[in-house]
Design a protein around this ligand. Structure first.
Ligand code: KDG
Length: 307
């Protein structure tokens, strides 16, 4: 999506200046992984308009393969605005009827599966239209056939659903095909109608989730790889400029760990690290690190495991 990102904090009703950027949960994830040196393909649909060109060229400039992105001449590129106040951001969208909402089954061609080891899917795409939802379910099922690991992040966005229960019901079609369910504790509690994170793991299990990671803000994340949740704290605390994109960064760091054969705790530590980097800047992804910047962290992580 295109993003209009305010240059200052506070309400925008009386006029604000904005920077034109691009963002979106799946493209944020793809960029984070590409910056870590992983070969990533992002599949999407944008309008055949200036914003669509901006989105695709920016994602490509970060090293992501955009060869399967389609330009739709009959629908616009979606756009969203941020409103920021002391590190808390809210967002609103102009995306109904967008090119992305016209995605549907068949949009991931067979040749795109060549060499794919991991697939990342989010509940945002499931919320933008029924055809896009079918595509997510189809892709999860095909990932199984192709032997790829599936990470599902519900990324619950209230504006896209009538109620949290509606979203949770839709996710049920993906859960049986997902290896990991990665979410934030607040969205998880909302989706499954529970008050504490411990109960959330029970509810997730009842919903068919095998392995889950739940982000718990500055405490890091809770990992349940099948034997009950353990908490993994981040290496340090960040000053939060803007938290949007941190969840995608977490998922990407976690996926990086899986791809590189790290154990689940190390994967969560990687997730915490990349999530923290997103908090430092106003854009969703611009502060994600390059591999060389975090190599010492990875080395220390591996050393700790050896000892
Ligand atoms: O996770 C960040 C996303 O929420 C943001 O980039 C915009 O994709 C977006 C959405 O639909 O909220």
């Amino acid at each position: 999506m295109a993003l209009l990102d305010p240059l200052q904090d506070g309400p925008i009703e009386d006029g604000s200046r904005f920077r034109l950027r691009i963002a979106g949960a799946e493209s944020n994830f793809a960029i984070a992984l590409a910056r870590l040196g992983v070969s990533v393909t992002w599949v999407s649909r944008v309008g055949a308009d200036a914003l669509g060109k901006l989105v695709v060229s920016t994602v490509a400039s970060q090293g992501v393969d955009v060869g399967y992105v389609r330009f739709d001449p009959s629908a616009p590129t979606g756009i969203y605005f941020k409103v920021r106040q002391e590190g808390r951001s809210s967002v609103f969208y102009y995306r109904s009827g967008s090119a992305a909402s016209r995605m549907g089954p068949g949009d991931v061609p067979e040749e795109a599966w060549d060499g794919v080891g991991l697939v990342h899917l989010t509940g945002i795409t499931m919320g933008i239209s029924s055809t896009a939802r079918d595509l997510v379910v189809e892709t999860a099922m095909r990932a199984r056939i192709h032997g790829a690991i599936v990470i599902f992040d519900p990324n619950y966005r209230a504006a896209l659903w009538k109620r949290p229960e509606e979203a949770a019901a839709a996710y049920r079609a993906v859960i049986p095909h997902a290896d990991w369910y990665v979410c934030g504790s607040e969205e998880g509690k909302l989706l499954y109608g529970v008050k504490d994170s411990g109960d959330l793991f029970d509810r997730l299990r009842r919903a068919g989730v095998g392995r889950a990671v739940v982000r718990v803000g500055e405490r890091g994340a809770l990992l349940d790889a099948g034997a009950g949740p353990v908490e993994i704290a981040p290496a340090g605390l960040e000053t939060v400029v803007d938290e949007v994109g941190a969840g995608d960064g977490f998922a990407a760091g976690f996926a990086y760990g899986i791809i590189r054969g790290l154990n689940p705790r190390e994967c969560v530590a990687m997730g915490n690290l990349i999530a923290a980097s997103a908090l430092r800047g106003t854009g969703d992804w611009e502060t994600f690190p390059l591999l060389e910047e975090i190599e010492p962290f990875i080395k220390a992580l591996r050393e700790r495991t050896k000892n």
